[in-house]
Design a protein around this ligand. Structure first.
Ligand SMILES: [Zn+2]
Length: 437
């Protein structure tokens, strides 16, 4: 007497294990259907086989129908002739005999660019294999499931909560497999474990609907459990908690969830704490120049124009510090605006720590050792190399306030600087002479 999960041969028709995921079943069906399809297969029984394959797929691709199918291959006391022989149930993954097998369904959500897919893995699991299946489904869901709109977030949370609580455990399946296992342990005279399992089975029995309980077969199974418990008399112990709320699996998943949540919160807080510094940078205009008193005769500027250097660091003049002592700096410029040659000069040393070039419309992201720096920049259109910068039309400026790069606890304070004309720029700049640059 044993519970056979594949009493009609649906799993073997598809060539999958009873613990196969819904994905594996879909894939197996596609492959087999091509093989057996009457259009391609001239065997006389091809149509019949194709129909059977189709029935198998219809049943096994629906989680509830599949659980019911699995529950149907159950023990029946009445049909046995002679002394019953009890066979133990084995985990569908590791094939070991477990004192606390469960029929469980785990959910996994994966989002693709245009759609979100939900899949399940279900079958009889020992607690260790059940835990692995739950971790796997939840990890995949955490990394690939939540972001798809709109079903990703809607499906992700219920899936994670259900996996956390040991997956969905259909009462009929679990009542029957625990019944089988209790009888097996009783038959090998391990009465204490058998009675603990009988209690477990009765817990699931209590979750059956009244119609299910009225079934003659179920009734016999319930009676047999009562008899087993009466034989075991007192001293019935319960099994250690390895499933659901409070179990080790539950704690590991719950702690993992908390760590992920904290990491996301810290990352968001760090990004949110990077102050945005906007400069109101007004390049010189022709009108200002015309106000100047009688222009002194200037030597004609005849340097050749050269191509712009690429956006990014030109030089780092200070020794790099360890990662833990670096703070981020981001400089953004406007498309169609000016190009910038920028220096970050240490407030204490008076020496440049970093020199950058940012082409118009580009963004540069880099790092500086923690400390305070003055930002000086030269702006212009045509580039004549580092000796002449943007030629005679170069405008030189310096930010009025030094920029502070610091670390407080786990928070890193860097700067985002927008070298774009800003109405609400919160830092001011002052034009400086080329010699002060
Ligand atoms: Zn196992």
């Amino acid at each position: 007497m044993h519970l056979n999960c594949d009493f009609l041969g649906y799993y073997s028709a598809l060539g999958v294990k009873p613990s196969a995921t819904s994905e594996e079943i879909k894939k197996a069906f596609r492959t087999k259907a091509q093989e057996v399809h009457p259009d391609r297969n001239s065997a006389p029984d091809a149509t019949k086989r194709f129909q059977f394959l189709n029935d198998a797929f219809q049943t096994l691709s629906n989680p509830e129908a599949r659980a019911q199918y699995d529950a149907e291959g159950s023990a029946s006391l009445a049909e046995d002739n002679g002394p019953p022989v009890f066979e133990p149930l084995i985990c569908s993954v590791c094939k070991k005999i477990s004192a606390q097998p469960r029929y469980a369904i785990y959910y996994q959500v994966v989002s693709f660019i245009v759609f979100t897919q939900r899949s399940v893995s279900q079958g009889i699991f020992c607690s260790a294999c059940g835990a692995k299946a739950a971790y796997r489904a939840s990890l995949v869901t955490v990394f690939f499931g939540w972001w798809g709109f709109p079903w990703g977030p809607i499906w992700t949370l219920p899936a994670l909560v259900r996996n956390l609580l040991g997956g969905t455990q259909p009462p009929m399946n679990n009542f029957k497999i625990l019944w089988c296992q209790a009888m097996y342990f009783a038959s090998i005279r391990r009465i204490e474990i058998a009675s603990a399992m009988a209690l477990d089975a009765l817990n699931f029995g209590a979750k059956l609907s009244s119609a299910e309980r009225a079934d003659a077969n179920v009734n016999q199974l319930l009676e047999a459990l009562g008899y087993l418990l009466a034989v075991a008399k007192s001293g019935t112990s319960t099994l250690p908690k390895v499933w659901g709320f409070g179990s080790k699996t539950f704690k590991v998943q719950a702690i993992g969830g908390v760590i992920v949540a904290v990491a996301i919160t810290v990352a968001v807080a760090m990004i949110a704490n990077t102050p945005r510094t906007a400069y109101r940078h007004t390049p010189p205009t022709g009108a200002q120049e015309s106000k100047a008193p009688a222009p002194a005769p200037v030597a004609v500027f005849d340097q050749p124009e050269v191509p712009y250097p690429p956006t990014g660091r030109i030089r780092t003049l200070r020794v790099r510090r360890p990662e833990s002592e670096m703070a981020p700096l981001k400089i953004v410029t406007a498309t169609g605006g000016f190009n910038y040659y920028a220096k970050l000069v240490g407030v204490e040393t008076g020496k440049p720590a970093l020199i950058l070039f940012v082409r118009a419309g580009d963004t540069v992201e880099t790092e500086l050792p923690i400390g305070s720096y003055y930002l000086k920049f030269a702006a212009g259109e045509r580039w004549y190399g580092e000796d002449f910068l943007f030629g005679p039309d170069t405008s030189y400026s310096k930010a009025d306030e030094p920029l502070l790069f610091r670390i407080e606890g786990h928070r890193v304070f860097g700067h985002v600087i927008e070298l774009i004309k800003q109405v609400n720029g919160n830092l001011r700049e002052t034009p400086i002479s080329p010699t002060d640059f």
